[in-house]
Design a protein around this ligand. Sequence first.
Ligand code: ATP
Ligand code: MG
Length: 424
Amino acid sequence: MLFSKLLLPTLKDAPKEAEVISHKLMLRAGMVRKVASGIYTWLPLGLKVLRKIENIVREEMDASGAQEVLMPMVQPKELWNETNRWEKMGPELLRIKDRHERDFCLGPTHEEVITDLIRNNVKSYKELPLNIYQIQTKFRDEVRPRYGVMRGREFLMKDSYSFNIDEACLQSTYLTMRNTYKNILERIGLDYKIVAADSGAIGGDTSEEFHVLAETGEDTIAISSESEFAINTELLLKEGEDISSLEGKPSPDGKGTIQIKKGIEVGHIFQLGKVYAEDMKANVLNNEGKASTLHMGCYGVGVSRLVAAAIEQNNDDKGIIWPHSISPFDINIIAIGYEKDQQIAEASIKLYKDLQEMGYEVLLDDRKDGYGTKMKDSELIGIPLNIVIGKQYIETNEVELKSRSGDSSLNDISNLKTILDFFK
Ligand code: ATP
Ligand code: MG
């Protein structure tokens, strides 16, 4: 992509409304723009990152054996009445009417729709287990939309629902999903914790959240310094414990002491058991030919929230530092004198094409600006590697390789192997 052609409205300063660093940087780096409270347009650079996360999620879900579908965003009241959630959900559920005065809502989650699909189309235990997912826009009329896409009203979620013949089978699918979520967060390259959680409006028995650790996280979690023990303090409050007394105390599992940290919830997995299946009469025939209520699990990843969470963990005073796995471009070629010097223009274009042929996603900064402006923009948008072609190239055939983390070296332009090594 040529920088001069890219719709990339960068800003020198963040608008006042942006409180957290990810929101500030997403606006400054021209990734998103607000349309209404909690509702955003994703611009090309932001969408590239969103799609990268989406693809990692999709690849890991497919590898786990889950199957992708796409359910409607608009859902009829009748289905929500079956679980009483039309009443229970409160104003977070955005209710709308069609031209015939029929009631619908914008889907904040899809348990009803998927359970309806399965009860109508799956008849025998032999067809189970099934784990069905989608990556889709959700709408929740949040009471306090804030922090940009971190807590939006419209946002992108991967939601999946497993259908199992019994509890043991549900637990096995649940563990597969738990591992899948670990793989997703490790591939993206984030520092996270798995935390015991409250099941909230979704319901069910057991649930765990995946938290990206960051100061700006809205959740407070208690974690052990030595073990995997971690719990959302929301759950402790519900059980009447006193959080302040926990700090520095021995962990309940006997290993290490408790530390209080802030986390951003990026994933949530639930063992729902029979709650929805009983309400909606979702049965299959078991191995004795008798109707047996399904055991369900549901599993969500906040795809758009992950973009913000990744920035919260990876930034400095210059801008975003993308983990390579989700960087919108691999390399930015900063051409100095592109418009004046034929030699520089030709060398830049050749390098651009060669790198693309090698499979890299490359940005070529062909604008008239000087080194300072171009490097500042590149640092703001967080591209992992810059290749600077300027005067030096004319004199010695050398280009500067400058990584986002600050390493810099001069290299002969023909030595593309060095560039390759950077990504190893
Ligand atoms: P929260 O506690 O943050 O309100 P939740 O528990 O209501 O989230 P779930 O129903 O578990 O959310 O949804 C699955 C995932 O969707 C969450 O783990 C989160 O990553 C994401 N998510 C939920 N609400 C939002 C939102 N308003 N904006 C962006 N992502 C969201
Ligand atoms: Mg949750």
